[in-house]
Design a protein around this ligand. Structure first.
Ligand SMILES: C[S@@+](CC[C@H](N)C(=O)[O-])C[C@H]1O[C@@H](n2cnc3c(N)ncnc32)[C@H](O)[C@@H]1O
Length: 212
């Protein structure tokens, strides 16, 4: 995609004038290079749209960082809904908590600190959740997927971020563990009879699946 086309797409979505989201982006940018981990604004809008359109009540997120994606999802939750967020970083999620408070959605979010796979594995295998957004360590994605599936209701949507690996996913040789993990999971999801899936070129690529 050309930079001009990417800029055009980035301009044409709702919430682009949201002050609180913009402030969160500014504060996160102040953290330096790690700020590139934050999802793009149009991905945030896409998550809000999905959560609202599907009437999601019990979403789960793996990889919260400074809380942008969680804020977008929490605002869109159906009445009485609650989002469970998993992350290892106390420092980054402290920023998240401040913005959730300011947005008035702190009561709708539970944050559990610790390794995402360990936290998930400790949750009994029952269909507690109805939406999952995965945006943590890439080599852990397949494990997260396998842990999430039995904990999601049939019909739930799963979204995985960074699935185009900044365009490098089509390189002839992928000699990086993150790239290999993403490529393997993209191909697995596409042929996995437990889900239907589509890989969308939204920002760094969202693989969207529905549990059958
Ligand atoms: C790409 S960022 C998430 C960005 C976030 N979704 C947003 O909208 O800003 C990845 C996050 O995954 C977290 N993380 C890395 N390894 C993890 C693990 N093993 N378990 C849980 N979280 C992990 C990091 O602390 C980091 O905050």
């Amino acid at each position: 995609m050309s930079p001009a086309l990417a800029d055009y797409i980035a301009e044409c979505h709702s919430q682009s004038d949201d002050r609180l989201l913009a402030e969160l982006r500014e504060e996160t940018a102040g953290l330096g290079g790690v700020s590139t981990m934050q999802i793009s604004p149009e991905q945030g809008t896409f998550l809000s749209l999905l959560v609202a359109a599907l009437g999601v009540k019990a979403p789960i997120e793996i990889g919260t960082f400074t809380g942008y994606s969680a804020l977008c999802m929490a605002r869109a939750l159906s009445g009485g809904g609650k989002l469970l967020c998993l992350d290892v970083s106390r420092e980054w999620t402290a920023i998240a908590r401040r913005y959730w408070e300011r947005a008035g959605v702190a009561e709708r979010i539970e944050l559990r600190l610790g390794d995402g796979a360990e936290t998930l594995a400790a949750i009994p295998e029952a269909p507690h959740y109805d939406f999952a957004f995965t945006d943590a360590d890439k080599t852990g994605y397949d494990r997260y997927y396998e842990l999430l599936l039995p904990r999601l209701r049939p019909g739930s949507v799963l979204v995985f971020d960074n699935m185009l690996w900044r365009g490098r996913i089509v390189e002839e040789t992928i000699d990086d563990p993150d790239g290999r993990a993403i490529d393997t999971l993209n191909r697995k999801l596409a042929s996995d009879p437990r889900v239907e899936s589509v890989l969308l070129p939204v920002a760094d690529g969202l693989h969207v699946c529905r549990k059958l």
